[in-house]
Design a binder for this molecule. Sequence first.
Ligand code: OSB
Ligand code: MG
Length: 368
Amino acid sequence: MKIDRIELRLLRLPLVHFFETSFGRINDRPFVLVRVEGSGEAGYAECVAGADPYYSSETTQTAWHVLGDFLAPLVLGVDFAHPREVFPALNPVRGHNMAKAALEMAAWDLYARGAGLPLWKVLGGERQTIESGVSIGIQDSLAQLLDKVRTELAAGYRRIKIKIKPGWDLEAVKAVRAEFGDVPLMVDANGAYRLEDAEHLAGLDEYHLMMIEQPLDYDDLLDHARLQRRLRTPICLDESIHTVRAAAAAIEMQACRIINIKPGRVGGHRESIRLHDLCADRSIPVWHGGMLESGVGRAHNIHLSTLQNFRLPGDIAASERYYAPDLIEPGIDVGSDGCIPVPSGPGIGVRIVAERVEQATERRLILG
Ligand code: OSB
Ligand code: MG
């Protein structure tokens, strides 16, 4: 597989509903769409870096710079026997996992299309449908939160995650439990707490949550280990796990009992598979996170979620919750059983609507 041309596009799509986390509210989402070409085929992926360096230090602008000036030259014209060779080729660049992942994942799509295989087969997946959960942002009122939860449960989603922050935590969880009983429920703090909040967070224990995601700082492991010793609720790490090595350390020091895998955070499919395998080996369940992807990234996430140790519903919901219209047609749908069928065509197996991509494009760059 040789990549002889790379196209970068900076797109912006309006969100169907605003999305609010502990670091703020967004109404639309810019992202970089990567198209790689070689041997008469094209592969696609999107970069999950956002407008602001709040979830991670990367932004769409840093990704654009690093992709164009440093990563593209490392792969253009190189003959790769398999897309698992792409991430190691990017090794001279430190960090910038989201930029790396976009390029690497587009290469997997290209390879799978060339082989005439659905991506999940190339990745080593095993299932035909994946379980879907939703991530519900911070709302303006508890009444609005309950409305949202009601809608998502009625749609069939298999797990509800609510975003929390100091001032929007115990009351929100209590209200959801009071209204909906024993539904599969978890919370995500995106690093909004400190170890000094341990006693306050232990107040969540009585609500029997599936887990609390990333309660402490984005790069912390040690305080999470200290916090986990004081909580019955399992800690799941998101932001803190940016390499397989960080995951090995986190597991060894018992900083978490569950890990969320986002390929953008760890550098793509190859590193996600390594992380998945490590967790399987250490009996740590994993689930697939979400980054408000368009249908392109969403399709990649679905294929990756077919690996055997993705044992909990992921943050991979229907396209219509995010963008209307999406970049793909048809969009990703969730059945009334809360599951998403895995696309069966070659590569990511979704049809990208060229006019929609064109319409949403703010900048374009061709390399090679
Ligand atoms: O922490 O999981 C997160 C979205 C953007 C950045 C970080 C996160 C999220 C989500 C949304 O929770 C998941 C989704 O529905 O795509
Ligand atoms: Mg998270």
